[in-house]
Write a protein that binds this ligand. Structure first.
Ligand code: ADP
Ligand code: MG
Length: 247
């Protein structure tokens, strides 16, 4: 389980997270939406222990991510897979080497087993045949899929995907969300996806949250969220539907 209580984090005078409290039960697929600057990336980075909050309590899989010793936090981090907003691929390494990397760093598996597991993940991400390419030789959607394969190759208990659909067309975006939902279905892990594909999130997630100005405004099931009366939720849903021409 992931639990945040009254978490705050500022960068200079910008309050990126403003007293956020959020519980994510184990095995949940949570979608997070919200405008740019709402604090979504900061939240992902706090959960994965990459940055510390200024105040508040963060528990991830039983570890106090603020007060635990460095070794305990590192152990917990090794159970978290993170897909970064900018993919953060190693540009000088091949696709296969990118996906192999976390297994080499975090597990004691032998070379052959590591290769097999990495290729399995590349197959899942429909990237077989691309394993010897460099990231610069891939399309945007393919790069996202490499980042996703790398984030989940260690079969992490918690998978955090920060905007894996950014800049993708609706069909490719939906394909990525379906792929993440498929990973969760198979691994039964806890998954957090930040995305601006609101309709996609509503259809694949167990719960969805709306962030705004450093706050979590609403967290609910997709059905309840779609009917939610909060004016920001209404506005957000209307904006999401219009470009798709569904109304
Ligand atoms: N490293 C940083 N340095 C300065 N400001 C930051 C930093 N990270 C985030 N911010 C600011 O915090 C706010 C929230 O950012 P972020 O969490 O990236 O939002 P989102 O992912 O929802 O777009 C924004 O105003 C952003 O400019
Ligand atoms: Mg972001």
């Amino acid at each position: 389980m992931i639990s945040l209580v009254n978490v705050a984090r500022s960068f200079g005078s910008v309050r990126a997270l403003d007293n956020i409290s959020l519980k994510i039960e184990a095995g949940t697929l949570l979608g997070i939406m919200g405008p740019g600057g709402a604090g979504k990336t900061t939240l992902c980075r706090i959960i994965s222990g990459l940055i510390r909050p200024d105040a508040g309590v963060v528990f991830v899989a039983g570890t106090d991510m603020v007060l635990a010793d460095a070794k305990t936090i590192q152990e917990t981090q090794s159970r978290i897979g993170m897909q970064f907003q900018n993919n953060a691929l190693f540009e000088h390494l091949t696709v296969l080497s990118n996906v192999v990397y976390p297994l080499q760093r975090l597990t004691a598996l032998g070379e052959r087993e590591i290769r097999t597991r990495a290729l399995e993940r590349l197959a899942m991400a429909a990237l077989l045949g691309f394993e010897n390419r460099l990231p610069s030789e891939l399309s945007g959607g393919q790069r996202r899929r490499v980042a996703l394969a790398r984030a989940c190759v260690t079969e992490p208990d918690i998978l955090i995907c920060d905007d894996p659909t950014a800049g993708l067309d609706p069909v490719t975006s939906r394909r990525i969300l379906d792929m993440i939902a498929g990973i969760r279905y198979q691994a039964k892990n806890t998954v957090v996806i930040v995305s601006s594909d609101v309709l996609g999130l509503l259809s694949v997630c167990d719960r969805v949250a709306l962030m705004w100005n450093g706050e979590v405004i609403v967290v609910d099931t997709p059905a309840a969220f779609s009917e939610h009366a909060h004016p920001k939720v209404r506005r957000f849903l209307e904006d999401a539907r219009l470009p798709m021409g569904l109304d």
